[in-house]
Structure formats: structure tokens, C-alpha cells
Ligand binder design. Structure first.
Ligand SMILES: Nc1ncnc2c1ncn2[C@@H]1O[C@H](COP(=O)(O)OP(=O)(O)OP(=O)(O)O)[C@@H](O)[C@H]1O
Ligand SMILES: [Mg+2]
Length: 230
């Protein structure tokens, strides 16, 4: 459903992604795992259009996205939660979620489903985004991405700097959303316990190439761990 072929991208003269192939099925959760600097964020930025693809193709349900600007990709059904969340600290939780609405009036209520999946955001809806904990901000960033009604959600290192109990909440929420929305998720991570809980497939990225892939049921945890440690 979401198909990436021979993607090459980088910064100026430096090529980071050296030919990435990725095919994500409907409602499938795929984890892209790799150490710092291996190209995870570069991949996500290229998928959402913050970086141009030098070569290759990106398509969603057969529609070519490769040359579209980011806002058009969002309209086509791709949503992106950047590493470090990037919520608006001075806006309330509710206002932050509304920034994900495209043309709907500001009075449009937040869909109930969002608060059902992230009850903490309901409790905090009038608080400023900047007052939330890291884990709550991550949930807020995911909620904001979901109101664009994506077909595929791109999450860049959602557990980074988040305490274990909230990591479990986030895992539970993502599985719930996948089921409710029939949503595909591509998530980059370094935390194997998290991806073993949510992912159908685990892929290892090393120096801009996919070097290993397993289905979760028969994941070679030792091999993946070896790639994740220095
Ligand atoms: N804006 C930039 N300009 C030049 N090089 C960059 C830029 N951003 C990242 N790089 C380089 O690209 C490579 C891949 O970085 P990237 O941020 O994609 O890694 P990552 O897997 O997301 O790492 P992390 O786990 O630390 O977030 C690294 O060598 C990095 O130094
Ligand atoms: Mg990164």
C-alpha cells in the first residue's frame, strides 16, 4: 500500500540513504531500527518531503508522492511525527491538536476517538503543551498527526527520552489506533522491547541501507541487538 523503491537521499554532496526499498501493507506496523546516525530521520524526512529524493520513488496506494510538497503528501494520507515531538509549547493541548485540522473551523470539536485513545490528553486539554511531560507531548504529537486521517503514520523515535510506563501506554495506543483506523505505521526506534511489542516486521538500517529484516514471530533478537549496540 505504501511503496518506496530505490530511494536515494542526503544532504548536499553527502548521500545518506543508499537505495532503500520498503513496502508496507494496510494496517501493518513496520519498525526501522538502527543506531544513532544510521539514517532513520533522513529516511522519514525524505518520505514526508522535507528532503528531496535524489533517486527512487515513493507511492501511496498507487499514487506517486515523490515530487509532491509535504502538505500534499499529508493530504494524500501520510502523517509524520518528527523526532523530538515539535509540539507548540505556548498553545494548549486542544489548540495543538487543532493545528492538525486542515480547513475545518476552529470550533470543530476534537474527535472523541482521539481522547478515547489518549485519555491523558483529555484531562490536560486546557494546559499548555510545554507544561506536559515528554511522554504526554509524544502522545499529543501523535494525536495531532491522527486528525489528518492518515493511511500511513510515520513516527520517528517516539520513545526517545520517555519513561518506561509511558512507553507501554504509547505501545498500547498505537495498537489500538491501528485497529480502529486500519492504519499502517512506520516507526523508527532503538528500543527493541518496544518494537517487539508493536511491530509486525523489524528492519535494521545501517549506514543508509536496510541490512536485516525479520517478522516479529521469528525475530532474531540477538542479531538485531548486535546492530543496535556499537
Ligand atoms: N542537516 C544535515 N546536514 C548534513 N548531514 C546531516 C544532516 N542531518 C543528518 N546528517 C547526517 O546524516 C546521517 C544520518 O543522520 P540521521 O539524522 O538520519 O540519523 P538517525 O538514524 O536519525 O540518528 P538518531 O538516532 O541520532 O536520530 C548522519 O551521518 C548525520 O550526521
Ligand atoms: Mg533521528
Amino acid at each position: 500500500m505504501f511503496d518506496v523503491t530505490q530511494l536515494v537521499a542526503g544532504y548536499g554532496q553527502s548521500t545518506v540513504l543508499k537505495g532503500i526499498d520498503l513496502s508496507v501493507g494496510e494496517a501493518e506496523i513496520v519498525a526501522v531500527m538502527g543506531r544513532n546516525g544510521m539514517g532513520k530521520t533522513t529516511l522519514f524526512k525524505t518520505l514526508i518531503g522535507l528532503l528531496p529524493a535524489n533517486e527512487g520513488r515513493i507511492a501511496l496506494q498507487g499514487a506517486e508522492l515523490t515530487r509532491l510538497p509535504s502538505f500534499r503528501r499529508v493530504r494524500e494520507g501520510v502523517a509524520y511525527v518528527p523526532q523530538g515531538r515539535m509540539i507548540f509549547p505556548a498553545l494548549t493541548v486542544e489548540e495543538n491538536i487543532r493545528t492538525g485540522f486542515r480547513t475545518r473551523a476552529l470550533s470543530t470539536p476534537i474527535p472523541e476517538e482521539i481522547y478515547a485513545v489518549f485519555p491523558v490528553l483529555f484531562d490536560m486539554r486546557r494546559r499548555r503543551g510545554g507544561d506536559l511531560s515528554g511522554g504526554q507531548q509524544q502522545q499529543l504529537a501523535i494525536a495531532r498527526a491522527l486528525v489528518t486521517n492518515p493511511r500511513v503514520l510515520l513516527l520517528d523515535e517516539p520513545t526517545e527520552g520517555i519513561q518506561p510506563s509511558i512507553i507501554k501506554d504509547i505501545a498500547r495506543s498505537l495498537l489500538e489506533i491501528r485497529k480502529l483506523r486500519n492504519l499502517a505505521i512506520v516507526v523508527s526506534e532503538q528500543v527493541l522491547s518496544f518494537t517487539m511489542e508493536i511491530a509486525d516486521r523489524l528492519i535494521v538500517i545501517d549506514k543508509g541501507r536496510f541490512v536485516h529484516e525479520d517478522r516479529r514471530e521469528n525475530a532474531n533478537v540477538a542479531t538485531i541487538s548486535r546492530y543496535l549496540s556499537v
